[in-house]
Design a protein around this ligand. Structure first.
Ligand code: SAM
Length: 296
């Protein structure tokens, strides 16, 4: 589904993996533009959808009114790291019943990436912000100012896989003025690494690393997975789509451990990946890996 340019990745595969049953409840932990939510609703499921981004929630309220009104969709502006307490209070209020599946489509939406003001993109010019949740206190530009050189280097290497992490971290810290905009950072990196036509933009990895750090993306995944397992009905499914090696590794190791502990079945020793046709139509999907776990 295409909504205002965000193309949902692995739409059919993820919905099939959830095995949606009519009138049963599912959680879409990363609503975005609601592509997966829409499909679950079309298949007769009911959805509690989370997103930290106010714009995503506003979009959902506008576009999904016909599902919200009869109570088939509940939109929550919350971090999925707090999933247990939110679901408990919805249950106490009698708004929902047991949960049969939880879907995570980690990372950012196209709207977030493309918006200059949000500061995610090395292509535009805006303040280096990168907060998906604008209630958070620390922006990307603050991280650059606050973190010492060696930790900045580690961050670029660990979350971005950036080979020139040291040179870039040093250049940021030695800059005569603070680096506060996407253009300044992108130009600084181009100066160090150069730019080759047709190759990945040289700032891609550093921008990715900063985004993951600002939004504590790996920590959120570590926090939510045990809660998700606890919340599910027996035979309920967790489906994850990750675009970043570190995020996918966290899921992979957790599912493997759960299977060893006999908590259920890990269906994805090899992850499910998009078809060549999907990648051709949506290059953003090329790094996606989907994993499935079925609770005992
Ligand atoms: C890749 S997009 C999801 C796209 C969606 N599946 C669709 O088809 O439109 C990821 C969304 O998850 C949200 N998000 C990321 N981390 C989150 C978190 N910890 N809690 C809640 N929402 C989060 C982002 O704001 C973004 O809107």
């Amino acid at each position: 589904m295409t909504n205002n340019q965000h193309i949902t990745v692995l739409l059919n595969e993820a919905t099939k993996a959830l095995q949606v049953k009519k009138n049963h409840w599912y959680i879409d932990a990363t609503f975005g533009r609601g592509g997966h939510t829409q499909k679950i609703l079309e298949e007769g499921g009911k959805v509690i959808a989370f997103d930290v981004d106010q714009e995503a929630i506003e979009f959902g309220k506008k576009m999904f009114g016909s599902s919200i009104k009869p109570g088939n969709l509940i939109l929550v502006r919350e971090n999925f790291a707090n999933i247990s307490s939110i679901i408990s209070s919805l249950r106490e209020d009698g708004q929902i019943e047991d949960i049969d599946g939880i879907l995570f489509d980690f990372g950012t939406s196209t709207q977030q990436l493309k918006s200059n003001e949000r500061g995610f993109s090395f292509e535009g010019d805006g303040e280096l912000d990168m907060r998906m949740d604008n209630r958070l206190g620390v922006k990307a530009k603050d991280l650059l100012a606050l973190i010492p050189t060696n930790q900045l280097e580690e961050l670029f290497r660990e979350f971005g896989g950036e080979n020139d992490a040291r040179r870039i971290a040093k250049a940021i810290k030695n800059s005569p003025h603070p680096i506060t905009t996407t253009k300044e950072l992108s130009n600084l990196i181009i100066n160090i690494k150069g730019r080759q036509q047709g190759k990945l933009h040289p700032a891609t990895k550093v921008f990715q690393a900063l985004r993951i750090a600002v939004n504590t993306e790996i920590e959120n995944i570590m926090m939510v997975l045990p809660q998700a397992l606890e919340l599910l009905n027996s035979e309920g499914r967790i489906v994850t789509i990750a675009f970043h090696e570190g995020e996918d590794r966290e899921v992979k190791n957790t599912f493997k451990l759960w299977e060893q502990e006999e908590k259920g079945e890990n269906l994805s020793k090899n992850p499910i990946i998009p078809t060549n046709e999907e990648i051709k139509g949506n290059s953003r999907s090329r790094s996606a890996k989907m994993r499935i776990f079925i609770k005992k």
